[in-house]
Every structure is written in structure tokens, then in C-alpha cells.
Design a protein around this ligand. Structure first.
Ligand code: HEC
Length: 454
């Protein structure tokens, strides 16, 4: 992404550690929410389609509740989804400064897909609300279905038809776009760990050649199942006392579906975690990658334990603990990935911070030391004999000549120290015999004066 390259600068060592912290925090927000979004949308779309086909009210209600509870609302979608994803992309752009590899482009494409997906998902969510509004009004009329059909104006029935179309389409589009987001996200993060093979990943299509990307994509899906199942249990039964208007049938149905989903996800995640670890390139392995992988294992086992207690005894007491371990497991998995990336990019990051220091030094030498010399005094004493600002004397007016130097003090000082013939309309300027410091001071004075600063 060339335009991203223009936004980033080489970062100093302290700046780099700050970036890594921002990156981990953004991931900690993004991964759990994204997991909920992708799992919640999948659940909702499937139960919605199936429920409408079979005219099963329970399924449709579940579809509506899931997307309401898990996707929350548009602002949350932007705040916990798009913004963290953007900040992840920028952090990678900064950390992979001047590295020729597709990671940053992949993350950027993932961000675009996510933005589109979020749009579709919240209009999908919206259709449920409008539908139930229409149903309520129909109920108020007290007419039976047959009479209603006769009496409803045509544009209302048309609108309902459109609404149901939007409902089934946007949910599906949203879900497909989320899958694409997950693919490109997995690609960006995974390929960044293969620092010794960066040259093999130069265009976006090459992402599909990376087996590790595929494993990490699966990883996201399986982890999302665990997150989604636990989140449904948590938000339906525990958060703020749970949902109140659930009858026995509905609540058993939700417990069963979400419990199974959460447990299956949580039990399969360690397996995929193992493969993901196995696929980590040697150049990215370090002690902390081992430690975080181990911690993630333990945390996932605890999660399975609590989920089992929830399912077995239908006891919602442990669901808070289970949800806590979901988030903790996400945290360890993120730390594992980030320490792998940290190790892989270690050499590169050293180069970046060296570059940053060089730039810093260069800037320092460019700011010329004019201490103790008065530029204005030199002008009045020496230069004003031949120069005015807007009048032509022996030499040309400064307002015409100084702007040519574009604020470059050094260049102007060089001319003053050693005047060369410039214009045929004037005699050559004699060397005023200044010291470098004095030339710099008078240059500074002229530049400030001409640009209106003084
Ligand atoms: C004896 C007269 C004389 C003095 C004293 C003099 N200049 Fe000049 N200066 C000239 C002339 C003549 C030119 C035009 C030279 C040319 O166009 O080749 C000139 C040109 C310049 C220019 C324009 C250069 C360009 O790129 O077009 C600058 C800037 C300048 N002088 C700065 C100074 C400063 C600063 C001092 C005092 C330290 C100074 N001059 C002292 C006669 C003088």
C-alpha cells in the first residue's frame, strides 16, 4: 500500500514498544468482538433461513435475539470492529516500514471487507426490528390473516416483501464478507511471521499459497465458535440478570444450541492451536511463544471445564467464569502470535530504530546554531548598504531573491559566504567576509523577515 508508506515514518525504539502495546490492545478488542460477529451472524443467518422455510417461530426468534445481543449496534460495530482493525493495520504498516511484503495490503483489504460486512449486518439486524414493528401493528388491527391481506394497501405488502428480501440477502452478504475479512486478516498476520520468506509474498494472490494462513483461518473460525457459544450463554443468561422474557422451551433450546457450540469450539481450539504453533516458522519461535502457547492451552482447558459444568448441570452459575476464560484464552493466543511476529521482525525492527536515530541526528545538524550572533545587526551594518527588502539598490531587493531559497537557511548561507554571479542585470556581489555562524544568522533573519515571521 503505497499511500500507507507515505503515512509512516521509521520509529525509534521507545516508539516501537509503544506501537506493540497499541497493537496488542487493538487485537484484544478486535478478536473477541470479531469472533462474536462472525459466529453470531452465521448462527443468525442459518436459523433465520431454516426457521422461515419451516415456519419455526423459535428459530426465527433465536436468529433475531442472537444478532441483537452479539452484534449490539452499528456504533459498537464501528468502535469495536472497524476502528481496532484500522489501528491494527496502521501498527503493522509502521512495524513493517519499508519491508516489501503483502501483509499490510492484506490487512488493509480485510479492513475494507469488514467495513462492508458491518454495513450489511446492521441492516440485516434492522430488518428484524421493522418486521416485529409491522407484526405488532397487524396484531393491533385485530383482523385475521385473510382479511388483513385484503385490506392492507399494496405498498405495505410490497414493502414487506422488500424487507424480507433485504433480510435474507444482507445477512448472507454480511456473513460472506466476514469470511473474506477473516481470510485476509489471517493472511496478513500469518505472513508477517515468515520474515525469511517475505520475497515469496509479493502479490495478494500469493496469500493462497501459504498453508499456515489456512490453518490460522481455521483457527479464527473455531475460536469464533467458542467465543460465540459462550457469548450467547453469557448475554442471554448472565449479563445484567439475563433476558427476562424467555419461556422454558426457548431457554432450553438456547442453552442446548449455544452450549454445544461453545463446548465443541473450546475443545477443538487446542487442536488447531497445536497446528498453528507447529506451522510457526523457526525464525519466529522464542521462549515466550512457547510460554504463551502453553498458557493458552491451560486457559482453554479451564474454559472446557466450566462449559462442561454449564452444560452438564444446566447451571448458569459458571457461565461468567467461562466467558472470562474465553477472553483470557484470546489474550494468550494474541500474545503468542505477537511474540512470534516480534521475534520474526526483530532484526528488521532494529534497522528501523537505527534509521530513526539517524534521521533524528540529521535533523539536529540541519538546525544551524546561530547562538550569540544577531542577524539583524549584521544586515544593518553590512548588507543594507546594497540591499533593501522591496527597493532595488546596488543589489536586488530581498523580497524578490530570498523566496527562491525556500526557507533553506544552509543554502542561503552558502551563497552569502561565497557569492556567485546570478543575474546579468546586476554586478557580481562582493564577498562580505562573514563567519559561517554569522552567515547563518543573517540568512535566518532574512528568511524570517521575508516570510513575514519577524
Ligand atoms: C557591495 C554591495 C553588496 C553588499 C554589501 C551585499 N550585497 Fe548581496 N548582492 C549584491 C549584488 C550586486 C547582488 C546581485 C548579484 C547577482 O545577481 O549576480 C547581490 C545579490 C544578493 C542576493 C541574491 C542572490 C540570488 O541568488 O539571487 C542575496 C540573497 C544577497 N545578495 C544577500 C546579501 C547579504 C545577506 C549581504 C550582507 C551580509 C549582502 N548581500 C551584502 C550586492 C551586495
Amino acid at each position: 500500500m503505497d499511500f500507507l508508506d507515505n503515512l509512516v515514518i521509521p520509529a525509534t525504539a521507545q516508539h516501537l514498544s509503544l506501537l506493540k502495546i497499541i497493537l496488542v490492545m487493538s487485537l484484544l478488542i478486535f478478536i473477541p468482538f470479531f469472533g462474536m460477529l462472525i459466529g453470531g451472524t452465521a448462527f443468525s443467518v442459518i436459523f433465520n433461513a431454516y426457521g422461515r422455510k419451516k415456519k419455526n417461530k423459535l428459530f426465527i426468534r433465536f436468529a433475531k435475539d442472537v444478532i441483537d445481543k452479539l452484534a449490539i449496534n452499528r456504533f459498537v460495530g464501528v468502535g469495536l470492529g472497524i476502528i481496532p482493525m484500522l489501528s491494527i493495520t496502521f501498527c503493522y504498516a509502521q512495524l513493517l516500514f519499508e519491508v516489501k511484503v503483502i501483509s499490510v495490503s492484506l490487512l488493509f483489504v480485510a479492513t475494507l471487507f469488514l467495513a462492508l460486512a458491518v454495513n450489511f449486518i446492521y441492516s440485516y439486524q434492522n430488518t428484524f426490528q421493522i418486521e416485529s414493528l409491522i407484526e405488532t401493528f397487524k396484531g393491533i388491527t385485530g383482523l385475521d390473516k385473510h382479511e388483513l391481506d385484503k385490506q392492507l394497501p399494496e405498498d405495505v405488502t410490497d414493502y414487506e416483501f422488500d424487507l424480507m428480501n433485504t433480510n435474507s440477502n444482507s445477512g448472507l452478504y454480511g456473513f460472506v464478507l466476514l469470511l473474506l475479512t477473516a481470510t485476509f486478516f489471517a493472511g496478513g498476520i500469518t505472513i508477517a511471521q515468515f520474515s525469511e520468506n517475505y520475497q515469496d509474498f509479493q502479490n495478494i494472490a500469493q496469500m493462497f499459497l501459504s498453508g499456515a494462513t489456512f490453518v490460522n483461518f481455521l483457527f479464527i473460525l473455531v475460536l469464533s465458535a467458542a467465543i460465540t457459544g459462550s457469548a450467547i450463554l453469557f448475554f442471554f443468561f448472565s449479563w445484567q440478570g439475563g433476558m427476562h422474557d424467555m419461556d422454558k422451551e426457548y431457554s432450553n433450546f438456547v442453552k442446548k444450541i449455544a452450549g454445544n457450540m461453545a463446548f465443541t469450539g473450546a475443545a477443538v481450539t487446542p487442536v488447531v492451536l497445536f497446528f498453528s504453533f507447529y506451522m510457526t516458522p523457526n525464525s519466529a519461535l522464542s521462549g515466550s511463544v512457547f510460554v504463551y502457547t502453553g498458557l493458552a492451552f491451560v486457559s482453554l482447558l479451564m474454559l472446557c471445564n466450566f462449559l462442561y459444568a454449564v452444560i452438564k448441570n444446566s447451571d448458569m452459575k459458571y457461565i461468567g467464569a467461562a466467558f472470562y476464560f474465553v477472553i483470557l484464552s484470546c489474550g494468550f493466543i494474541i500474545m503468542k502470535n505477537q511474540s512470534a511476529f516480534g521475534t520474526a521482525s526483530y532484526k528488521h525492527l532494529e534497522i528501523i530504530s537505527l534509521k530513526a536515530e539517524e534521521l533524528h541526528k540529521e535533523k539536529k545538524t540541519k538546525t544551524i546554531n546561530t547562538e550569540g550572533v544577531n542577524g539583524e545587526e549584521i544586515f544593518t551594518k553590512i548588507c543594507s548598504a546594497c540591499h533593501g527588502f522591496d527597493t532595488k539598490l546596488v543589489g536586488p531587493p530581498y523580497n524578490l531573491t530570498v523566496p527562491k531559497y525556500n526557507g533553506d537557511i544552509k543554502k542561503l548561507a552558502d551563497f552569502i559566504l561565497n557569492p556567485t554571479k546570478v543575474s546579468a542585470d546586476y554586478p557580481p556581489m562582493p564577498n562580505p567576509g562573514l563567519k559561517p555562524k554569522e552567515a547563518a544568522a543573517v540568512s535566518q533573519y532574512l528568511i524570517d523577515k521575508v516570510s513575514g515571521k519577524k
